[in-house]
Design a protein around this ligand. Structure first.
Ligand SMILES: Cc1cc2nc3c(=O)[nH]c(=O)nc-3n(C[C@H](O)[C@H](O)[C@H](O)COP(=O)(O)O)c2cc1C
Length: 171
C-alpha cells in the first residue's frame, strides 16, 4: 500500500454535512487565478480557483463566480474579462483580491481595448469575451472565448485543502 494512504475514509451525504463536502472538494489541488473586468467605478478583480480549460478549438475556458459574492454583478454580465494564472510569487496578489475587488494599487497593470484590467508579470493571462453563462446552483458558470494569451512560464501558486503552496515535480 502507498505510504501516503490515510485509510480513514468517511462517507456522507453532501446535503447533511456541507463542511465535510467542502473539505472533500478541497482535496482537489488547483492553481489560483485573478479574474478582472471593468467595473462601474474602476477596475475590479476577484481571486478564483474555479478556472478550467474547456476547449482548444474554439479556444474556451470557464470560471464560476458565487452568487453570494458582493462582486457577483460585476462579473456575471461582463462582456469582456481577463483571467490571470498566478505564479508562486504572486501570493500577495491572491490575498489582495480575495479581500477586495479593487486591490490594484501595488500592481503593474494596464487596460486592453475593452477597458479590461490586465495584470502584468503573472504566469499566464487569457483575455476573453463572454461566450455563454450557465446557472449552476449557488454559482454561475461563465464560459469565455479566449481572444489573446500572454504566457511567462514560471512555477505556479497552488491551492489545496485551504492552504497555499508550491508544485514539486516528480524527479
Ligand atoms: C483560493 C481562493 C479561490 C477562490 N475561488 C473563488 C471562485 O472560484 N469563485 C468565487 O466566486 N469566489 C472565489 N473565492 C472567493 C473570492 O476571492 C472572494 O474572497 C469573495 O468573493 C469575497 O466576498 P465578496 O465578493 O462578497 O467581497 C476564492 C477565494 C480564494 C482565497
Amino acid at each position: 500500500m502507498d505510504a501516503t494512504a490515510a485509510g480513514a475514509e468517511t462517507v456522507f451525504s453532501p446535503d447533511t454535512d456541507s463542511l465535510a463536502f467542502r473539505r472533500a472538494l478541497g482535496s482537489f489541488a488547483t492553481g489560483v487565478t485573478i479574474v478582472t473586468a471593468p467595473g462601474p467605478d474602476g477596475p475590479v478583480g476577484i481571486t478564483a480557483n474555479s478556472f478550467a480549460s474547456v476547449s482548444l478549438d474554439p479556444p474556451l475556458v470557464l470560471w464560476s463566480p458565487a452568487k453570494a459574492s458582493r462582486r457577483f454583478d460585476y462579473f456575471a454580465t461582463a462582456p469582456h474579462f481577463a483571467i490571470h494564472v498566478l505564479g508562486a510569487g504572486d501570493h500577495a496578489i491572491c490575498e489582495g483580491f480575495s479581500r477586495a475587488h479593487s486591490a490594484f494599487d501595488a500592481l503593474d497593470w494596464s487596460e486592453n481595448a475593452h477597458g479590461v484590467p490586465l495584470i502584468h508579470g503573472v504566469a499566464a493571462r487569457f483575455e476573453c469575451t463572454l461566450e455563454a453563462s450557465h446557472d449552476a446552483g449557488d454559482h454561475l458558470i461563465i464560459v469565455g472565448r479566449v481572444t489573446r494569451v500572454a504566457h511567462d512560464p514560471q512555477a505556479p501558486l497552488v491551492f489545496h485543502a485551504g492552504q497555499f503552496g508550491g508544485f514539486a515535480p516528480r524527479g
